[in-house]
Design a protein around this ligand. Structure first.
Ligand SMILES: Cc1ncc(COP(=O)(O)O)c(C=O)c1O
Length: 450
């Protein structure tokens, strides 16, 4: 057993017991494979501000923040008050209500590319509907995505997420996904151009995360050039802003980088901690989903549906979240950016001091650490992180090491919130300095399975 696994086991006997129960009744003991790690995942029972507590009473600075959803930390008062008040009046009705109009109006007012919005409950659904709208609107078949891009579990985009990129992401996909979806290298304009030109008039849309989830930022001009490419090809540009929406600022990545998509998606932050996702964009495209469009079967687009879509408690949480962010911007985002920068520089210093080759990426309040192999390998996108880093072994050591020093993170990175102050950032950097030394010392250990 590795040094890191052994120490983790010693401090988390309660998680181990729960995991033994969980795996008897749930595949792998988890409902999202990302939440699993060896030897078993950490079971948490309480969260507040920048912290989570596990079932053994250990406290951690949380950098995962509910899959990056909690930009104000856990249980932020302005959001909780409004959410709880609405939940007491009725969490879910399945009938239209004033709050959904208010949130939709707010989003249309704030987000440059939103002429209309439609609500659903997950980013997976939002990207599925966006792609469907794009295919229907253009009358074309092929969608291009970036290699390593993650748009949720929907079948339409279940391609080229993890290495080896050419193999299907899942068994059981509908036939033809591999013909209708192809991929290009993010941040590699020439490769992107070749892919767009390969499909020409068959291309319905390019979908991409403005910042991929290893948080390597877009190279200057890349997103604008992709925008021009899609325009020339008569295809749509879909920005998946599930992470970047309200994370990089009130206007998302579209405002931050100055690029206007035809369609875009939101999730995570916009729901104030509740399951809310959004398909947004040009009116003439979204109107294909309207019951008033007068379109016949086969022409109208099924984009929406879902028992819990626009449920009042979630709309209340979303309104409180977006309202608070709007009230506090731009100072709130400037502060988050400054904290993010301090964390990224501090992490770089910690690894450099330990003589461990590591690269720290990020933008705004997002950060990630990668361990390039060889050390000088160029890393421009998620695909490079998959191929040119010691992804599984080093990430695993880093994660278990940080846990032992009281910090919870996933995929070697995370997101800061307004609840992370000086004290928490200091704690993370002290933990990283210790873990970097431990990783240098235990460099030869294989990833802990047991
Ligand atoms: C960019 C992006 N798109 C889509 C999704 C899927 O969203 P959800 O998990 O809400 O289905 C995610 C989730 O991590 C994401 O990061």
């Amino acid at each position: 057993m590795s040094f890191f696994s052994e120490r983790y086991r010693e401090m988390t006997p309660g998680s181990r017991r729960l995991y033994e129960r969980a795996r008897r009744v749930t595949p792998g003991g988890v409902s999202h494979n990302l939440r699993y790690f060896a030897p078993y995942p950490l079971f948490v029972e309480r969260a507040d501000g920048a912290y989570v507590w596990d079932v053994d009473g250990n406290r951690y600075v949380d950098l995962w923040m509910g899959h990056y959803a909690h930009i104000l930390g856990h249980r932020p008062r302005p959001v909780m008050e409004r959410f709880l008040a609405q939940a007491a009046e009725g969490a879910h009705w399945g009938i239209v209500h004033p709050l959904q109009v208010e949130l939709a109006e707010t989003l249309v007012r704030l987000l440059p590319a939103a002429e209309e919005v439609r609500f659903c409950v997950s980013g997976t659904e939002a990207t599925m509907y966006a792609v469907r709208l794009a295919r229907a609107f253009t009358g074309r078949k092929v969608v291009l995505k970036a290699r390593g891009g993650w748009h949720g579990g929907n079948s339409d985009l279940a391609r080229a997420v993890h290495a080896p990129m050419e193999l299907p992401e899942s068994a059981g996909l509908p036939p033809g996904v591999d013909e209708a979806v192809d991929a290009f290298s993010y941040n590699d304009f020439e490769d992107t151009r070749r892919a767009v030109e390969r499909y020409g008039s068959e291309l319905a849309a390019v979908i991409l995360e403005p910042v991929q989830n290893a948080f390597v930022p877009p190279e200057p001009g890349y997103l604008q050039r992709v925008r021009e490419l899609t325009e020339r090809a008569g295809a749509l540009l879909i920005l998946d802003e599930v992470i970047t929406g309200f994370r990089l600022g009130l206007t998302g990545a579209q405002g931050f980088y100055g690029v206007t998509p035809d369609l875009f998606t939101l999730g995570k932050v916009v729901g104030g901690g509740m399951p809310v996702a959004v398909i947004a964009g040009r009116r003439e495209i979204l109107e294909r989903a309207s019951p008033l469009a007068g379109l016949g079967k086969g022409e109208a687009v099924l984009a929406g549906g879902g028992t819990f879509s626009a449920m009042p408690a979630a709309m209340a949480a979303g309104l409180a979240m977006v309202g608070y962010l709007e009230e506090q911007a731009p100072a709130l985002y400037e502060e988050l950016e400054a904290k993010g920068e301090r964390l990224r520089r501090g992490l770089e210093e910690a690894f450099a001091a330990a003589g461990l080759p590591a690269r720290v990426f990020g933008v705004g309040s997002l950060f990630s650490v990668a361990f390039p192999d060889p050390p000088e390998a160029e890393i421009r996108n998620n695909e490079d992180v998959e191929r040119k880093t010691d992804l599984y072994r080093r990430d695993h050591q880093f994660r278990l090491g940080m846990l032992a020093h009281g910090v919870y993170l996933v995929n070697g990175g995370g997101a800061l919130s307004t609840a992370h102050g000086e004290e928490e950032i200091e704690r993370v950097l002290e933990a990283a300095a210790e873990v970097a030394k431990e990783m240098a010392l235990h460099a030869g250990e294989a990833p802990g399975r047991g």
